[in-house]
Design a protein around this ligand. Sequence first.
Ligand SMILES: NC(=O)c1ccc[n+]([C@@H]2O[C@H](COP(=O)([O-])OP(=O)(O)OC[C@H]3O[C@@H](n4cnc5c(N)ncnc54)[C@H](OP(=O)(O)O)[C@@H]3O)[C@@H](O)[C@H]2O)c1
Length: 338
Amino acid sequence: MTPPARILVTGATGAVGGAVLRRLTAAGYEVYGVSSRGGSSPRQLAWRIGTEEPPDALRGAWHTVVHCAADTRWNLSAEESEQANVAPLRALLKWKDDHTRLIHLSSSYATGLTGSVEPTSSDAYRNTYEWSKAAAERLIAAECPTGDIIRFPIVMGARVDGFLDRYSGFFWLPSSLCTGAVPALVGDEDAYLDIVSTDDIAEHIRDLVGGDRPTGVRLSILGRGDGAPRVAQAFHTILTALNTWRAEHGVPALEQLRYVSADQWNRFYLPFAREYLDRAQLMRVTAFQAYQSYLSITDPFEVTHRTEPITSTLYRSMRCWAETHASTARRIPRPWRP
Ligand SMILES: NC(=O)c1ccc[n+]([C@@H]2O[C@H](COP(=O)([O-])OP(=O)(O)OC[C@H]3O[C@@H](n4cnc5c(N)ncnc54)[C@H](OP(=O)(O)O)[C@@H]3O)[C@@H](O)[C@H]2O)c1
């Protein structure tokens, strides 16, 4: 009997990597995970890819490497984001042998402001994260004869219960709503906010691993495309989920924030914030500015694999966030007054 194929998942303790690792294990593969700090099981090893040598336990042949490791922060310097999101990929390409398949996780936002990963200038991207994800895609195109790149938008948890191994990325938002760090929603109510579940990504990866090796570099783009929730609808769902949880725990409801345009925000709210808020609040408000452009996307992403409707998963993920971050979810927002 042939032993099951060995698969390595990088970033296996993260929001997406954890779900991928479980899905591939359930499909019968012999799956190992690596992450900077390692995980709790013997198959979850520590390897800070790009700066450390691989552990000896990773010697031998690998059928596939699923590269989920990344630093998704938007506020790194160009050098830091290159080190976080390109250098580890370069190290993996050097480490793996020619028979090992590569499945690389990118982002729908890697195409930046021009709709393409080709520009090398940071001006073509909203932030250094996007710029580094585009650079990683270009590296694969230049150096890999074959491989899979998967782009997807904002990630929510499992479809059944909203569970995530880590509430990173977008979950900064419910926390800010509960603490009062955001005074208004800066964006366009009708803009698209495309969202997928970790299940969508993990199932797609399982299908790719079980299918034929691509003949070149193959791109999949997951998402709802023009069926994505609009900003207003997504925020209504988020608020309903948080307020239902708060009502069950005897906490007053959060109020619906008003929408303001980027112009109003920059001319009125930001100067006000600078004058009256403390340093911690101001840091959150400044970070929130980074979201402006993400809440103003009026052209839907083109997708190659249209995912199922996401609203109920968004609702469950927000409730799951509240359950696991109860002290923040119970907070009474601090009013925006001097
Ligand atoms: N979350 C989203 O909304 C979203 C949207 C679009 C695309 N993506 C893409 O999806 C992928 C997974 O993101 P995620 O949300 O799951 O990230 P995450 O929750 O922040 O997890 C990141 C994982 O990568 C590991 N890691 C980071 N740098 C590493 C390195 N140099 N060597 C080894 N491990 C390293 C972390 O290890 P430690 O735990 O030890 O730090 C952690 O396991 C990324 O490629 C990201 O760009 C995410």
